[in-house]
Design a binder for this molecule. Structure first.
Ligand SMILES: Nc1ncnc2c1ncn2[C@@H]1O[C@H](COP(=O)(O)OP(=O)(O)OP(=O)(O)O)[C@@H](O)[C@H]1O
Ligand SMILES: [Mg+2]
Length: 311
């Protein structure tokens, strides 16, 4: 699948007026890339940034984990859209797919099952992160992929010394390269997710506005308090993100009210329309993830490819 940007959107991502973009299009170095008004693609976005030195202010590095032990709440959809959007805005981003289902990897158009190295090789075999990273057409965006070969990762980690700290230690070596390290967790609890929690500053918890989600949240908060007691790790921020909120249904309104009364301090404090999830980064970037995700399974019209729009 190819992502193409509408001219107005391409200009907006670069912070350019139409005239400024026209002037940039004429630069020989950019002209030679064959982009231009008819087909701006992610690689052009990165090239325009590089050649014209259009970079956002560099943010201090943050490690952000999308986790809920309950399945299907939007961890992958939101984390991929959020990470990708930050990279489109010019931030250096590493997306880590921690789920052996490899959905985040596939969302990005990578053939997950044919990849020989995944997060497994980093955590279990001690392979350096650099050797596993898959670069993306958007130069600001790197991916650590996952696939089904990772299913035994919890068992493989079990006998290892320092088994809860493997990911934290592996990331320490690349922290200065990225502003955002975004992790998509599997819907399970085990050593891999424990590693992910230990390697995170912020936790983003996508929930669906239904009552089943409550059970998952209770378990998650109990786990977090154990983590603080046993492993002395305290997350800096925890944000619950209500995904797929549809205000026209009573169940969604009631679930939202219940979430507000039990978890008010953790709720992301804004709402979007139905079937759209909102996330805000620690630096205040606000974004909405809508179904128009960069997925190879859902090709879209040229120009409508942006997965997130800043609000
Ligand atoms: N905001 C949204 N609008 C529309 N569809 C959505 C939205 N968020 C998620 N979905 C859809 O809901 C399904 C589950 O989403 P997703 O795979 O992101 O959840 P998950 O929490 O990662 O699941 P798992 O626990 O299996 O990893 C997918 O089919 C996805 O396309
Ligand atoms: Mg998922």
């Amino acid at each position: 699948m190819e992502i193409r940007y509408k001219r107005s959107h391409f200009a907006k991502l670069l912070g350019f007026t139409d005239q400024q973009l026209s002037a940039a299009d004429k630069l020989p170095e950019l002209k030679a890339l064959g982009g231009g008004p008819a087909s701006y693609q992610p690689r052009h976005l990165s090239a325009y940034r590089r050649v014209l030195d259009r970079h956002p202010r560099r943010e201090p590095s943050r490690r952000q984990l999308f986790l809920n032990f309950k399945g299907g709440t939007g961890k992958t959809s939101l984390s991929v859209a959020y990470a990708y959007r930050l990279a489109e805005l010019g931030h250096r981003v590493l997306l880590i797919d921690l789920d052996s289902q490899g959905h985040a990897t596939q969302h990005l158009g990578l053939a997950a099952e044919s990849l020989e190295r995944t997060v497994f090789e980093i955590l279990v075999k001690g392979v350096p992160i650099e050797d596993v990273i898959v670069p993306h057409a958007l130069a600001e965006f790197d991916v650590l992929p996952a696939n089904l070969r990772m299913t035994t990762i919890d068992i493989s980690l079990m006998p290892m010394a320092g088994r809860e700290y493997k990911l934290q230690r592996a990331l320490a070596g690349v922290l200065d390269r990225y502003e955002f390290i975004v992790m998509d967790a599997p819907p399970s609890f085990g050593l891999l997710n424990l590693n992910a929690l230990m390697a995170s500053d912020d936790l983003l918890v996508p929930v669906l506005p239904d009552f089943l989600s409550f059970h998952g949240l209770k378990l998650l908060f109990e786990t977090l308090s154990q983590l603080e007691d046993d492993l002395n790790h305290r997350l800096q921020r925890i944000r619950i993100v209500i995904n797929q909120y549809n205000p026209t249904t009573r169940i969604a309104r009631e679930a939202k009210d219940a979430l507000e009364s039990h978890y008010r301090e953790f709720l992301a404090s804004f709402w979007r329309t139905r079937s759209c999830g909102s996330v805000r980064s620690s630096q205040g970037h606000r974004a909405t993830a809508c179904p128009s995700m960069p997925t190879p399974h859902r090709p879209r019209e040229p120009g409508t490819s942006t997965p997130l729009s800043p609000r």
